[in-house]
Design a protein around this ligand. Sequence first.
Ligand code: NAP
Length: 276
Amino acid sequence: MKSICVISGGGSGMGLEAAKILGRKHKIILMGRTVAKLENAVKQLRDAGIEAEAYPADASHRESVRQLAAYASQQGEVKVLIHAAGVSPHMTDAQKIFEINAIGTMNMDEEFVKIMPEGSCILNVSSMSAYMLPADKAPKQIYKLSLSDAEAFRLAVNQMLSQVPPEQQTGTAYTLSKNFVLWYTARMAVKFGKQGIRIVSISPGTFKTPMGEIEGKEAASFAERGALGRMGEPEEIAEMMAFMVSDECSYLTGVDILYDGGSVAALQAMREDRAQ
Ligand SMILES: NC(=O)c1ccc[n+]([C@@H]2O[C@H](COP(=O)([O-])OP(=O)(O)OC[C@H]3O[C@@H](n4cnc5c(N)ncnc54)[C@H](OP(=O)(O)O)[C@@H]3O)[C@@H](O)[C@H]2O)c1
C-alpha cells in the first residue's frame, strides 16, 4: 500500500504543483474548501497517472481537520503533510486571516502529529512577509499562549489587531500570522523530534498563483526589485517543497527556508545602503 501525502490548499497554486511531484511516490489527498476546485485538481493529477482524491475541509475548523486526519489515517500511513492552505491581505478581513493562517496551522499540525508515524514530515507554508517582523519585535509571549490556551492566544492577537489603524489591519494580520508560523514550526519540531517527526516551514516570495494574482501589481513590483528581478513559478517552489519533506532531508527540522528569489536580501541591502 502506498503511503499518504495530505496537501491542504492543494486545489490550486503551489500545493497542487507539489502534488504533481509528490504523487510519484505517495497517494495524494487534496484538501480545501471549494469542492469544484478540488475535483478539477484531482482530475489533473489522475490524468497524469497519479493516485489522488479530494477531501473538502476547512483548516480553521478543528473538527473538520480532526475528521480529515482520521480519514487520511484510514487510507494508509500518512508520511507527509503539506499545509499550504492560507489567505492573503486582499482576500478577507484581519480576523479571518488570523484564524485561517495561524489557528489553521495549529489545527493541522496538532491533529496530524497524532496520526503520523516515525520518519514522517510536516511542511507549513509561511511567507516572506514573516521576515518583515524583526525577531526582537515578534510578540513571543503572545505566541506562547498558543501552546497552552488557544482561546487566550486568539483574544490577545485580536486585542493587538484592534489597536492597528483599520487600513493596516489585514496586512498586519497576515505578517503576524505568517511570523507565528515560523515560531510555531520551530516549537513543534522540538516537541515532536524525538518521535521521529520532522516539522519545517517554507516562506515563499511572490509566486504566479491565484493568490499571487490577487495581490497584484504591488506584489509583482516587490518581486521585480528582488535579487532575481522576477516572480517565481509555482513549479520552482514545488520542487523545494518536495525535497524538504523527502527522506533526503532527514536531518532538517525546526527551520524555515526563505524561498523568495532574493526579495528580502534586496530589501535589506537597500535599507543598509540608505542608512549609510
Ligand atoms: N503566491 C504567493 O505569492 C505567496 C506568497 C507568500 C506566501 N504564500 C503562501 O502560500 C500558500 C499557498 O498559496 P498559493 O500561492 O498557492 O495560493 P492559492 O492558489 O490561493 O492557494 C491557497 C489555497 O488555500 C485554500 N484555502 C484557503 N483557506 C482555506 C481554509 N480555511 N481551509 C482549507 N483550505 C483553504 C484555497 O482553497 P479554498 O479557498 O477553496 O479553500 C486555495 O486552494 C498560502 O499559505 C500563502 O499564504 C503565497
